[in-house]
Ligand binder design. Sequence first.
Ligand code: FAD
Ligand code: DLZ
Ligand code: SF4
Length: 515
Amino acid sequence: MSTTTKKTLRLILGDQLNINHSWFQSTDNSVTYAIMEVRTETDYAQHHIQKVVGFFAAMRAFAKELKALNHNVVYINLTDKNNLQAFDKNCEALIQQHTFTHFEYQLPDEYRVDQLLKSFANTLAITHAVCDTEHFMSTRTELGDMFAGKKMYLMETFYRNMRRKHNVLMDGKDPLTGQWNYDSENRKKLPPKHVPTKPLIFSNDVTDIVTTIHATNVKTIGTIDVANYIWPVTRAQSIELLQFFVRECLPLFGTFQDAMAPNQWSLYHSRLSFSMNVKLISPQEVITKAIQEWQLRPNEIEYNQLEGFVRQIIGWREYMRGIYWLKMPEYATLNYFEHTDKLPDWYWTGNTKMNCLKDAINQSLKYSYAHHIQRLMITGNFALLAGVHPDEVDAWYLGIYIDALQWVEITNTRGMSQFADGGIVGTKPYVSSATYIDKMSHYCGTCYYNKAVKTGDKACPFNSLYWNFYDRHETKLAKNPRIGMMYNVWRKMQPEAKTALLQQAEYYLKHIDEL
Ligand code: FAD
Ligand code: DLZ
Ligand code: SF4
């Protein structure tokens, strides 16, 4: 009688770098971990160079950490000659080569990879198992179950349930202070002479990785300082960034959450999205740390700052993931407004006279980062007003940001920003004229265009495009109770004024690459 020794292959994806996962709590010589740099992942979007580097650097450091803990690790470099450049093909080859008898993987966060690994595992002649990533605070199906039979998926309802379930900022069954949400206090513009905290950045040397990327002709966008790569690529650096955030930024996080200013690329934002999305740190430890800091410094950190931050993480982040798993794959095809236009060329270069867009795009190209309100109310707002096809908008957001993974990119872009889901994520489209941008930023004062002018020479393009958008989509939007008021204003406008606005918008749309 022959007995086969069990030999297990465990796949770790580039966004599954969670050292606290139960997989790694003891060593087992019969288990081998595989981490791989593959072309399917570098090429499914045109990524920012800092994004590809961030993933590779974090994956390499994680493999090193596992080896130091005496785990067996196979690390496949992009240039390895045996690299078959896809998760399934490499796993198949490893299984044959090393005669593994069992295959395991963690639940992927992206639908595309989930489908791939499911079908791959089902074709295997050996046994397989899939387990949780042990990262998120809700399951894939929790949001769907919570809203079963309901027409609306209100984030606030989900958020309150998460607060209750995890006993976060609660006093028994009630919110700690009697009030759930302090969003209305979090909308301040930066005072004119205010100098924001200088962001903590790292100085990682990523020369080797950049050389590989160039040698293999991976097509990227944006720029990078190879000797001083700014993003955290290890758990230790992620924790350092978290500590910096709670110490320096949390006290004003909520107050200036929606503020924007030229050359201020991150203000009081945490820049923890990459670390969290690749699972170097967990949402639970991030909010625990923030709550502890607030408890230690009650006179310096007001409650609204803390609640605003906690809401982004256990509210919005988990909510978007729940929507993703409830609505994919159909979600990626939604185009409520039937928009068809292409993204202006200057989204890829930053070469526009519109100050707000120039600043948001150039900093995205320089840092692979823009904060939420820049993504939503500058680049997203313009793309929606300009009638750009959601596929084009998604491709840009999925490539350019360090934290872009489809589960959280598409729900924010197609959903929150482009309203292409017809109102699953948001209750109304996030569009604005120059009035809002000027209220929240310091962009307009030095702009080529005039924020106060709607038509004619140097009129701010946001102004006419805004009314053009409402006019174009009246049948879809006029009945929305949150927008009805805008249509009353539009209908009361003099016909000549309306015509002039629509003609101005038409001119700008025709010459969009020259704006
Ligand atoms: P902070 O402002 O410090 O917020 C703290 C954390 O809260 C973030 O790190 C993030 O994990 C979470 N968070 C905040 N807002 C959201 C939100 N709307 N959805 C989910 N999580 C949120 N976030 C991504 O992680 N990846 C993306 O690809 C992405 N694409 C976006 C595209 C558009 C059009 C918009 C409007 C938003 C997008 N977001 C995305 C959400 C948000 O803008 C980023 O999470 C945030 O800017 C990251 O910077 P930060 O870590 O400094 O965030
Ligand atoms: C984003 C990215 C890139 C650019 N490269 C890799 C890679 O070479 N190997 C890898 O395992 N993961 C990479 N990733 C992240 C993946 O796209 C992500 O892990 C999956 O899509 C699952 O969400
Ligand atoms: Fe942006 Fe218009 Fe203000 Fe210029 S005037 S910064 S284009 S909103």
